[in-house]
Structure formats: C-alpha cells, structure tokens
Write a protein that binds this ligand. Structure first.
Ligand code: AN7
Length: 350
C-alpha cells in the first residue's frame, strides 16, 4: 500500500499529533528518462516527472491532501476553491474521501471536459461564473474570509507544503538535484512549492546543489514575463489561463534565487511539445503541462546548450483530461468498411 504524502514526509510537513493521516495514493510518481528525446533535442539527461499519475491525474493532489487534512484538523466541514479545472477535481475527490462538502467556482465554458466530469462525479457543488479564473479566485477569497469555510487554493500555505514533496522525490530518484527544472506557470503555486522543496532538501544535506527554476507561461497568459496583469488571458492551455497569479512574487523569488528564468511559449509550441512528448517518449500530458518541455525545446532552438545537463520537465497533468485539445489538431483517421481486403489495401500491404 502506498503511504502517501502525509505519512511519507510528515517530518517536513505541518503535521501535528492532531492531524489526520490519510491518502488517496498521491505522490511517489514516476520519474521517466527518455534517451531517444535526449538525442533528438540535444540534452545530457532528460527526465519527465509524471504528475499525471497522481490519483486525480494532476500534481494538485499532493497539496490537496495536506490542505484537506489541516481543514479537518481545524474542524472545517466545507472546502472551497476557484479553479481552471485540476484544483477542483482534486478538491472534489479529497472532500468526497473525507466526507466534506466541496464548493468550486469556475469560469463558465473554460474547463476541460474531463476535469469537469471529475468534479461532478465526486459530488462537488459547482458554480460557473461569467468571468475568468482571476475573478473566480477573488470571489472565493472574499467568501472564505466572511464564512467559516476552508480555502484550498494555493494561497493556502498547506497546499505549497504538500506540493514541495515532488522536489523531494526528484532528489531521491536522482540521488541529487537536477541542473534545471522546467515547469509550467499559471497561478505560480507549483514553482513556488518546488523551489521550497529543493531548498529544504539542500539545507538538509540531501542534495549538493539547487536546480535553476525554468518556468514557462503561455504567450497570451504571461503576466509575470510581461510585468503586468493580463485582464483577459488567452491560451489553448486552459489550466494556465491565468492573468494575475496569486504567488506572483514568490515565483519571481524562485526564479531569481535559483538563477533561472520565467519565459513564454506560444500555443503552437505547447501543442507541438505535447505531441513530441507523446510520440517520442510515450508520455501524454495535458496542454498546460507540455509548457515545460516546450520551454526546453524553445531554449535549445534559440541556442542554449544543455548537452551536459541533467534536466527534469514536470508533466503536471494527465492528457486524458483534455482530449478536445488533441482531437481538434489531429490528422483524421481512415474510415473504411468492415472488410479485410479493403483494410489490408489501405494499410499498404496488398
Ligand atoms: C496541469 O486547477 O490553477 O502555477 O485551478 O492544472 O501552480 O498554478 C491549475 C494549474 C500547471 C499551473 N499545469 O500551476 C487550477 C490551476 C496544470 C495545471 C498548472 C496548473 P500553478
């Protein structure tokens, strides 16, 4: 049985004698090396951290298990979040497991179908607003200040605590930190969490150095890179369609303290990286999660030299959550009658 994030890393987490310890099987996700893509794009060692293997299919579960445990410890009966999809799926699942009510606020028409199905099947109360994620988060922050409800967005520090465990796992798997960590940036909680995790394991003597943090935002939703709030963020990567990240300043700190960058990738670069990851490595990540690999490819194309570097790209969410994004951009398949000879001929074997 998997121990889960709370039991495995309790000494690094805000776990007290009163904190309930439970797990839906989050954490301990694969770190997969891809020699083929290493050669193809030209970097020393290339690993994908498969966060889509978490129970609800994204990295959010690591933080959610801690946030929900602390909400239970505080006697809360209801949790609430704004979400571009994955946070709501995770909140809904952990609330269901713990017998809590989950209320989620989303931007109408802007959530990938798989994520909405998750929140629905787990029994969350779903409110869709005529507005974007940033507006939803503002409403949720005000509501949870006024009413006795636990906020489980990553402005809740327990979320960051849980999510930092992915950095611990990478160091454990590689027996040291990588040289660079490539990661998508939306609300900027995850880059904040990884940096915290790398710093803590470094300070604990578990790593000889800290990686450079390489964050990537989508071109139409890149407030940190552009240096101002984006009122109407746009990108095919709906998970990171965020114009005013809650952890903006901490992402900048992670970038600067690590000597890394936060850059931009276009929707085309995201979709082509998603495809290359799928065809070259057998990894199917959702569009937002391909922003990390897209950033790596882009930097190499622009002349960066990673030929002797150990690189980890975080694949933050499972591609099955958002199949529309893929099927809209795919070559149509062959449609044939159910006839042996016709199929054989169409495949070029007769
Ligand atoms: C797959 O679910 O913000 O920079 O509300 O789902 O920590 O926000 C999701 C974000 C990257 C960005 N990859 O992480 C939400 C939400 C995937 C995501 C991000 C998200 P942050």
């Amino acid at each position: 049985m998997k121990l889960g994030v709370l039991a495995t890393y309790r000494n690094f987490l805000p776990v007290t004698a009163k904190t309930p310890i439970f797990s839906l099987g989050e954490g301990d996700t694969p770190l997969v090396r891809c020699g083929k893509l290493e050669k193809e794009i030209g970097c020393g060692e290339l690993y994908f951290k498969l966060e889509g293997c978490n129970p609800t299919g994204s990295f959010k579960d690591r933080g959610m298990v801690v946030a929900v445990a602390k909400a239970l410890e505080a006697g809360s009966q209801t949790i609430m979040c704004a979400s571009t999809g994955n946070t709501s799926a995770s909140a809904a699942a952990y609330a269901a497991y713990c017998g809590l009510t989950a209320i989620i606020i989303v931007s109408k028409g802007n959530i990938a179908a798989g994520k909405l199905a998750q929140a629905t099947i787990h029994g969350a109360k779903i409110v869709a607003i005529d507005g974007n994620f940033d507006q939803a988060l503002r409403i949720v922050r005000s509501l949870t200040e006024k009413h006795p409800i636990s906020l489980v967005n990553s402005v809740n520090p327990h979320r960051i605590e849980g999510q930092k465990t992915a950095a611990f796992e990478i160091i454990e798997a590689l027996s040291d930190a990588p040289d660079h960590l490539f990661i998508p940036v939306g609300n900027a909680g995850n880059i904040t969490a990884y940096w915290k995790g790398f710093v803590e394991y470094y300070q604990a003597g578990r790593a000889s150095h800290k990686p450079k943090m390489m964050g990537f935002q989508a071109e139409g939703a890149a407030p940190i890179v552009r240096g101002h709030i984006i009122e109407q963020p746009q990108t095919i990567a709906s998970a990171i369609r965020i114009g005013n990240p809650a952890s903006w300043q901490r992402a900048v700190t992670a970038r600067d303290e690590s000597g890394g960058i936060i850059g931009i990738v276009s929707d085309e670069e995201i979709m082509s990286a998603q495809r290359l990851m799928a065809t070259g490595a057998g990894v199917f990540g959702e569009p937002a999660s391909a922003a990390s690999f897209a950033g790596l490819i882009k930097m190499i194309q622009q002349g960066a030299d990673f030929s002797s570097k150990k690189i980890v790209c975080v694949v933050t969410g499972n591609g099955l959550k958002d199949t529309d994004a893929v099927l809209q951009n795919t070559m149509p398949f062959l449609e044939l009658p159910a006839d042996f000879a016709t199929v054989e001929q169409a495949l070029g074997w007769s």
